[in-house]
Design a protein around this ligand. Structure first.
Ligand code: RB5
Length: 157
């Protein structure tokens, strides 16, 4: 799988660890920066680069690391086609893909340690969207909302 990864100064050291781990797992890594540790850099720049790589199909998945994971999530979700979430537990890291087709994982390097981050990345990358009817229906509602389309009327039960 092609995986785009990015981090600001808050996530810079953890990104290096994750790049090595993701390669060890057999994936192809596209490092979207930062290239150097710069305390004055801004997370939206790296979140945007990763999100655009995923939205354009240059990468199937993205991982963004900032201090908390929050800023990266907010910024990445501004790119159409991106479904990003901060996940600091392994259940959400795989279930977010299986049910919600999450395609970008955001991590907070000030919140989780290296080992937990590795497990989160692995759970995320090993997961696949289930494609089950109810998940597809919900995903289509999310896509319709993103496209600014009228929501389908709820089915009578
Ligand atoms: C940078 O200091 C920090 O604010 C940023 O990495 C991130 O935590 C934002 O959500």
């Amino acid at each position: 799988m092609r995986v785009a990864i990015g981090a600001d100064h808050g996530g810079f050291p953890l990104k290096a660890e994750l790049v090595a781990q993701i390669r060890d797992l057999g994936h192809q890594v596209q490092d979207m920066g930062a290239r150097i540790l710069d305390a004055a850099d801004d997370y939206p720049d790296f979140a945007k680069a990763v999100a655009q790589a995923v939205a354009a199909g240059q990468a199937e998945r993205g991982i963004i690391v900032c201090g908390s994971g929050v800023g990266a999530t907010v910024a990445a979700n501004k790119v159409s086609g991106v479904r990003a979430a901060t996940c600091h537990d392994t259940y959400s890291a795989h279930q977010g893909v299986e049910h919600d087709d999450m395609n970008v994982l955001c991590l907070g390097a000030r919140v989780v340690g290296e080992e937990v981050a590795r497990e989160l990345a692995k759970a995320f990358l090993n997961a696949r969207f289930s494609g089950e009817e109810r998940h597809l229906r919900r995903l289509n509602k999310v896509k319709a909302a993103e496209a600014g389309l009228a929501q389908p009327k709820p089915k009578a039960r």
